[in-house]
Design a protein. Structure first.
Length: 80
């Protein structure tokens, strides 16, 4: 499961960003009664920022973890 998450992290982060955007739109438009145009613009911006943050910050951490696992495997192989 971990390898599936690491390889498809870009798609997962984009999906989370879209989900955050929809939740923001719902809260702004239906709960706070802000016009749909303003709600959409704010929700789109926040969803995009969340997606970019998740892809860069968390993606880098996953890539570093994967690189460390790979280098550990190479070292183990060289010892044998």
């Amino acid at each position: 499961m971990n390898k599936l998450v690491v390889k498809n992290w870009a798609e997962i982060s984009q999906g989370l960003g879209v989900g955050i955007g929809f939740i923001n739109f719902y809260v702004l438009y239906y709960s706070w009664h802000i016009s749909w145009g303003i709600s959409f613009a704010i929700a789109f911006g926040l969803g995009y920022l969340a997606s970019a943050f998740l892809e860069n910050y968390v993606g880098d951490k996953l890539e570093n973890t994967e690189a460390k696992e790979l280098s550990d495997a190479v070292e183990e192989f060289e010892e044998k």
